[in-house]
Design a protein around this ligand. Structure first.
Ligand code: ATP
Length: 359
């Protein structure tokens, strides 16, 4: 396994020139050896492009990729020594499950005793032991994809294992099991793993570090808790969490935000923000409570209440802006008009969508 450095890496598929139109805008970051990473973002944000640059399917328009300090930007996919698992199963129907799992090792001339040991281990981890001598033909798509995962994980000497939306064809119940299992596999196998998905639950369950992409850019890389507690970009706030973070335009000065004539306290002080910047505050629904209207509270109108069992969220509107806020246990608003109570330590300030650190 390897440490992976991306140095000013960017890619354009051609077309009109400027960096602003690149499918992957310049990114510099390090992925540590043995880490579990997820590349998370909506369709078209550049996840597959980044993955294909790392695997060598694409050559970047600019920048470098280093594996353990060695420049492999121009190296072939084979020379990079990586394993890949794709959306759809890649297995040989004429072989048994065991032969399929052994194939990547045999292909590299690994001694038979070692192949047998490793295949047995991977089969055990993926609950494939009873099927080892079965022909792979006529297996369900789920079972075939499990074998594909096994083939991706079977070599212990790879620089990294890359997964491109590997659970797409898996049925929902098994998907849930495999999602947790992949995390456990990462702990046991000690491999550098990079997992591409647009599904936040998959990303947050699997990865120690989630790399969030938006419009060809890496907008934040952090632990699931960091992405939740302190979104570096309004997109991260909105994309992660359910419901996503509330974002609303505000005037910010010192330790106060002003919205619609009301003051919201902030725990940090903000020096003058650029006068032409779009200034907003962001706060997760978990840190705003609805209350009876009061002169010092931002007022809102309830549209509906979603009861999620352990927690209730009110969907409200502040002027024209949609907002979600917690309904405190036992609270039944007497009218649709309510006040919003913010937890100041969880209110973040954004200028042109980027987090501003207060002092
Ligand atoms: P998805 O989840 O839909 O696969 P993604 O996040 O993986 O999306 P990419 O496939 O990396 O996104 O695509 C990023 C951008 O590059 C998109 O605008 C896409 O249309 C464009 N793109 C991808 N492949 C090519 C290609 N071969 N030629 C031209 N443009 C491409």
């Amino acid at each position: 396994m390897a440490r992976i450095d991306l140095v000013d890496l960017a890619h354009s598929y051609g077309g009109n020139g400027g960096v602003e139109n690149y499918a992957l805008k310049p990114v510099t970051m390090t992925w540590r050896q043995g880490g579990a990473y997820a590349l998370l973002g909506p369709s078209g944000c550049g996840k597959t492009t980044l993955l294909n640059l790392i695997s060598g399917i694409l050559t970047p328009s600019r920048g470098k990729i280093l594996f353990d300090g060695k420049d492999i930007t121009q190296a072939s996919t084979r020379a990079r020594n990586i394993a890949q698992v794709f959306q759809f199963p890649v297995i040989y129907d004429t072989m048994t499950v065991g032969q399929n799992l052994a194939f990547p090792l045999r292909n590299r001339g690994v001694p038979k005793a070692e192949i047998d040991k490793r295949v047995a281990e991977i089969a055990r981890l993926l609950d494939l032991t009873p099927d080892l001598s079965r022909k792979a033909t006529r297996l369900t798509a789920d079972a075939k994809q499990k074998i594909s995962l096994g083939r991706g994980l079977v070599r212990s000497d790879v620089a990294a294992v890359l997964f491109d939306e590997p659970l797409t064809v898996i049925d929902p119940e098994l998907k849930w099991q495999l999602r947790s299992k992949l995390k456990a596999l990462h702990r046991e196998l000690d491999l550098t793993m990079i997992y591409v998905t647009h599904d936040q639950t998959e990303a947050l369950t699997f990865a120690d570090t989630v790399v969030v992409m938006h419009d060809g850019r890496v907008v934040q890389s952090g632990t699931p808790a960091e992405l939740f507690d302190k979104p570096a970009h309004t997109f991260v706030g909105y994309f992660i969490g359910s419901p996503g973070m509330n974002i609303i335009a505000a005037e910010v000065s010192g330790r106060q935000a002003r919205i619609e004539g009301r003051t919201i306290a902030l725990t940090r002080a903000y020096a003058a923000l650029p006068s032409n910047a779009k200034v907003e505050i962001g706060v997760r629904p978990e840190f705003v409570d609805i209350a009876e209207p009061a002169p010092d509270l931002l007022s809102a109108n309830i549209e509906r209440i979603d009861d999620l069992g352990r927690i209730r969220f009110a969907r409200v509107k502040v002027g024209d802006v949609k907002f979600a806020a917690r309904v405190p246990a036992g609270f039944a608003p007497s009218t649709s008009q309510v006040g919003l109570k913010f937890q100041p330590s969880h209110v973040h300030v954004y200028a042109d969508s980027h987090l501003v650190e207060g002092a």
